[in-house]
Design a protein around this ligand. Structure first.
Ligand SMILES: Nc1ncnc2c1ncn2[C@@H]1O[C@H](COP(=O)(O)OP(=O)(O)OP(=O)(O)O)[C@@H](O)[C@H]1O
Ligand SMILES: [Mg+2]
Length: 356
C-alpha cells in the first residue's frame, strides 16, 4: 500500500456527502459569527497576538516541542536566556505573521510562499526533499505507515497541482471542504524533510484569509488536533487506503466549528477585560488614563518603558512614572529580565493561558 502513487487533486469521488454538507453548514455558521465579531472590535492586533501565541505553542506541541507560557513570555520580552523550545515557538509565530503578510499583500498563496514559511519554522533552507528516506511512522509502535512521494520532480509536480487547486476555484466546492482536502494533500505530499505538519497547519489559516472567510489570522486547529490526535492520524491514513474523504472532511469541519466557538468566547473575554481595565484605571488613576495607554498594555502580555514612551509620545520619565503607578495599583507586575524591566499584564496573561 505504501508504493501506491499519490493522486493529483481534485479527488476522484463526490466528497459532498450528506454528513459533510450537514457539518459544513455548522462550520460556516460558527466561522461567520467569529469573523463578524472580530471585525467589529477596534484593536484587532490585541486579539491576533493573544490567539497566535497559543497557536504557536499548541502547534509546536504536536511536534513535541513543549514549552510553557512563562518561558514564552520571557522569550518574547528579552533576548537573553531563551530556551530552545521557546525559540522554536517564537519562530513559528514569526512564520505565521510572515505568511499572513504575504497572503494579504499578494492575494494568492503560492508554493514559494509556503517554502518561505517552512524555512522560517525550521530556520534552514533545505527546501523541497531531494533525497529518499523520509517515512511517516506510527508514533507508538514506530512502524512505517506511509512513505511519501520520492523525487524532487514528482514532488514539484504534485505541489504545482496543489497550488492550482488552492488558487483557482474551478470545481465549485465550498472553501471549507477544500481546506480539508488541501491539508490532506499537503501532508501526503510531505514536501519537506521536516516541519510539514506545522507548515500545513499554517496553510489552513492562510487559506481562510485568502478566501476571505476571516480577515485576521485567528482560527487554528492545533488544539483540536491535540485533543483528537489519534483520529487525526487515522483519518489521514484512511483517505489514502480507503479513499475515505468524507470522514476526514467531517473531522476538519467539526474542528472548524468547535474552534470558531472557542475563539469567539476568548475574543469576547479579552475585549471585556480591556473594557474593565479602562474603567478601573479611569477611577484609580484618572490623571494618566487614556484608551491608548490601556491598549498598549494589551498589545502583548507585557510592556516596557520604551513602548509606553513611543506609543504615547511621552518622555522616559513620564513613561516610568505611569508604569510605576500602574504596578502600584495592581494592574501590572514587573520583573527584571536581563538588563530590562518588563511589566506583565497578568490578567491578559492568565486569560490566554487558562483559556481552553
Ligand atoms: N499517515 C499520514 N498520512 C499523511 N500525513 C501524515 C500521516 N501521519 C502524519 N502525517 C502528517 O505529518 C505531520 C508530521 O510531519 P513533520 O514531522 O514533517 O512535521 P512537523 O511539523 O515537524 O511535525 P508535527 O506535525 O508532528 O508537528 C503530521 O502533523 C501530519 O500532518
Ligand atoms: Mg517533525
Amino acid at each position: 500500500m505504501n508504493d501506491q502513487i499519490l493522486p493529483m487533486l481534485p479527488p476522484d469521488i463526490d466528497v459532498e456527502t450528506k454528513a459533510v454538507l450537514r457539518q459544513l453548514a455548522k462550520a460556516n455558521r460558527a466561522l461567520a459569527e467569529l469573523k463578524g465579531y472580530a471585525e467589529s472590535i477596534p484593536n484587532k492586533h490585541i486579539l491576533i497576538n493573544a490567539i497566535m501565541i497559543n497557536e504557536a505553542k499548541d502547534s509546536s506541541a504536536i511536534e513535541n516541542i513543549i514549552t510553557t507560557h512563562d518561558e514564552l513570555f520571557k522569550a518574547m520580552s528579552s533576548n537573553s536566556e531563551v530556551k530552545p523550545n521557546a525559540k522554536e515557538v517564537i519562530n513559528y509565530r514569526t512564520a505565521l505573521w510572515r505568511g499572513y503578510d504575504l497572503v494579504k499583500t499578494q492575494d494568492i498563496l503560492t508554493i514559494n510562499n509556503v517554502m518561505e514559511i517552512q524555512a522560517i519554522i525550521e530556520k534552514n533552507r533545505a527546501g523541497i526533499r531531494k533525497l529518499p528516506g523520509t517515512v511517516l511512522r506510527n508514533e507508538i509502535s514506530g512502524e512505517t505507515v506511509y512513505t511519501p512521494p520520492v523525487g524532487e520532480t514528482l514532488i514539484r509536480d504534485l505541489l504545482s497541482n496543489l497550488e492550482k487547486y488552492i488558487n483557482e476555484d474551478i470545481h465549485d466546492i465550498d472553501p471549507l471542504i477544500k481546506l480539508a482536502i488541501i491539508h490532506y494533500q499537503f501532508e501526503a505530499i510531505h514536501p519537506f524533510y521536516d516541519g510539514n505538519g506545522r507548515t500545513g497547519r499554517i496553510i489552513n489559516v492562510l487559506y481562510l484569509v485568502l478566501k476571505k472567510l476571516l480577515d485576521s489570522p485567528i482560527l487554528y486547529l492545533s488544539r483540536y488536533i491535540i485533543r483528537n490526535k489519534s483520529a487525526y492520524y487515522r483519518l489521514l491514513q484512511d483517505v489514502r487506503t480507503s479513499n475515505n474523504w468524507a470522514e476526514w472532511i467531517v473531522y476538519i469541519l467539526k474542528g472548524i466549528e468547535e474552534t470558531a466557538e472557542e475563539t469567539l468566547r476568548l475574543a469576547k473575554l479579552i475585549n471585556t477585560e480591556v473594557d474593565i481595565m479602562c474603567t478601573e484605571i479611569k477611577v484609580k488613576l484618572p490623571k494618566i488614563y487614556s484608551k491608548e495607554l490601556v491598549e498598549l498594555l494589551f498589545y502583548e502580555f507585557y510592556t516596557k518603558t520604551i513602548y509606553i514612551e513611543k506609543g504615547l509620545s511621552v518622555t522616559r520619565k513620564t513613561a516610568v512614572s505611569y508604569l510605576t503607578s500602574l504596578e502600584k495599583e495592581g494592574f501590572l507586575i514587573s520583573e527584571r529580565i536581563g538588563q530590562e524591566r518588563i511589566y506583565q499584564n497578568k490578567r491578559l496573561y492568565d486569560l490566554v493561558k487558562y483559556h481552553q
